[in-house]
Design a protein. Structure first.
Length: 547
């Protein structure tokens, strides 16, 4: 009985060599099928690594590139096997043009999964290389190191990068920074413009994992940016430090109020804000008793007239903590090798406040937060009190976010989670901070591997649009491995909010951090674990208030 060429082509397209077997040529079938042994062995080896082992490989651009090459060879192999089977089965009979066209169409359809794999793989590589930083040895030639838009840089108070103060000339290797100073018309600055405006390939200070990160602990500054409709610039209104004990898998999350003032500075920044501090002092002076003199002034010589005290720097950031990023965003000399100088400055200030080394920073904008929650299928949150609220959407032209929930476990969409975590009217900034921590904790602990994998294309797109980080792409496999060791039932959440963690208030009634108490709490939680997060040992995210 003659064999049908179209059937032979289909069989070999599905399983190379099957069409040749169908056409009664087992020797040829064995030769065509033989590469499948390598494919099967490779697939088995990959799958045997387990979920996190596979994920470690899938976040490596070199591995993905190799897989794209293999994917291309497999596609060519399937095409050749199918066409060979068609020709073999039609040997000795008249070949129909229609049948041949049918084979081509069939092959095109069967190639769709591999074409999608190619698109998906190249998109993943592009995202990994654009969002995460590269090590210097992976970069050919000098590259811009920050993602600062020259037009946006310098907004806010106009603070000058202290590294430029009293420097008569810009060093030859700092042509890039001419754009931020007088002399925009300088020929070198004009020549540098194309490189400055081009998409940057960020490079972070790179050392091996064992040296960059403590062997016992990984700590990341998580920042939520509130850029959106009706808002000028981007403020870091959500600031949390997440630290993982690499031995036990225990996690602690420390929340910093956005309105903390007079936060102490690390040594290398203590002279950076002196002039700014003088301006803030003038703005903050009050005269509640209406005697014509600021209340902070004291009559020291007994003449009945208060004297202005001699200025002495507090060696602190004089404004709200959420302004650090905006005020230092263009400090491209002080933080020359950082993806975002403002986040680097915020990292150093927060690290000094907590007396806890911070390894990396990771910032996501509000719109990215909303779409991430939706991509993960929403989030289950234990709501402490009823909320019937509405807040502005993070994107232009979108409806306001509304949330109507009662106490207990609620499943929230992205916009609902945004409304729940940002609402302040009728509550406090500190209540809002607690809700933000609980939403973050819920999203991290509830996201299962299958959901993340299926949502990965959208998550990659979101990362490119809304994420800024200094995490090296070469560190991602380690990060995935660490994620696999985390005990998601062992997460402490602490908010450094008044009155427990402030030592007074400014004239404008902003909280001043109680540095000693904050540092003591950090040490206690790191040493004693989750039980030290509260008097009861129960997380703020796991308990409803007593009725």
């Amino acid at each position: 009985m003659p064999r049908r060429p179209i059937v032979a082509a289909l069989l070999s397209a599905l399983i190379p060599g099957a069409g040749q077997w169908y056409a009664r040529d087992p020797y040829r079938a064995a030769i065509v099928f033989s590469p499948a042994i390598l494919v099967i062995a490779g697939t088995y080896g990959f799958a045997s690594k387990g979920t996190f082992g596979m994920a470690e490989l899938l976040v490596q651009p070199d591995f993905l590139t190799a897989m794209l090459v293999v994917n291309g060879f497999v596609l060519i192999w399937r095409f050749a096997a199918s066409l060979d089977a068609y020709l073999l089965a039609s040997r000795g009979s008249e070949r129909s043009t229609t049948a041949l066209i049918g084979v081509v169409v069939m092959l095109a359809v069967l190639a769709v999964p591999q074409i999608m794999g190619w698109v998906y793989g190249t998109a993943t590589i592009s995202t990994l290389n654009s969002v995460f930083v590269a090590s210097p040895e992976d970069i050919d030639g000098p590259q811009p190191t920050t993602r600062i838009d020259p037009i946006d840089a310098g907004h806010g108070s106009g603070l000058v990068d202290p590294a430029f103060v009293d420097i008569p000339e810009i060093p030859p290797d700092s042509v890039r920074n001419l754009i931020f100073r007088e002399g925009l018309g300088d020929p070198d600055a004009i020549a540098a413009l194309p490189d400055i405006w081009a998409p940057a390939t960020p490079v972070a200070p790179f050392v091996p994992f064992s040296e960059r990160v403590s062997k016992d602990r990984l700590t990341i500054l998580l920042v939520g940016g509130d850029a959106g409709p009706g808002r000028e610039g981007l403020r870091t209104d959500s600031m949390n430090v997440v630290t993982v004990d690499l031995t036990t898998g225990a996690v602690a999350m420390f929340g910093l109020p956005r309105n903390l003032k007079l936060v102490p500075l690390p040594k290398h920044l203590q002279r950076s804000f002196v002039e700014y501090e003088k301006k803030v002092i003038e703005k903050d002076l009050t005269d509640a008793d209406l005697d014509g003199y600021p209340d902070a002034w004291v009559d020291t010589d007994g003449d009945g007239i208060p004297e202005e005290p001699e200025f002495e720097s507090c060696k602190c950031f004089p404004e709200m903590l959420n302004e650090v990023h905006a005020q230092t965003l263009d400090w491209t000399k002080t933080y020359a090798n950082e993806v975002d100088p403002g986040l680097a400055a915020l990292r150093d200030i927060v690290s000094n406040l907590l007396q806890l080394d911070i390894d990396y920073y990771f910032m996501v904008e509000m719109a990215g937060f909303v779409r991430t929650i939706d991509a993960l299928g929403g989030v289950d949150v234990l709501v402490q009190e009823p909320y019937h609220v509405m807040v502005s959407s993070p994107e232009e032209g979108q409806p306001k976010a509304r949330v109507n929930v009662e106490p207990g476990m609620n499943h929230l969409s992205g916009l609902e989670a945004l409304a729940y975590s940002r609402w302040r009217i009728g509550s406090s900034d500190y209540d809002r901070m607690g809700r933000q921590r609980c939403v973050i904790r819920a999203a991290v602990t509830q996201a299962d591997t299958f959901t993340i994998i299926t949502a990965l294309p959208e998550l990659l797109d979101l990362m490119e649009q809304y994420v800024t980080t200094d995490i090296p792409v070469s560190f991602l496999p380690d990060l995935v491995r660490i994620a696999g060791t985390i005990d998601y039932q062992n997460v402490a959440t602490i908010g450094f909010v008044p009155p427990t963690y402030n030592s007074g208030r400014t004239p404008g009634h902003y909280p001043i951090p109680n540095v000693d108490r904050i540092r003591a709490k950090v040490r206690q939680v790191l040493e004693e674990g989750v039980a030290a997060q509260s008097k009861t040992g129960i997380s703020e995210c796991d308990v409803l208030p007593e009725s």
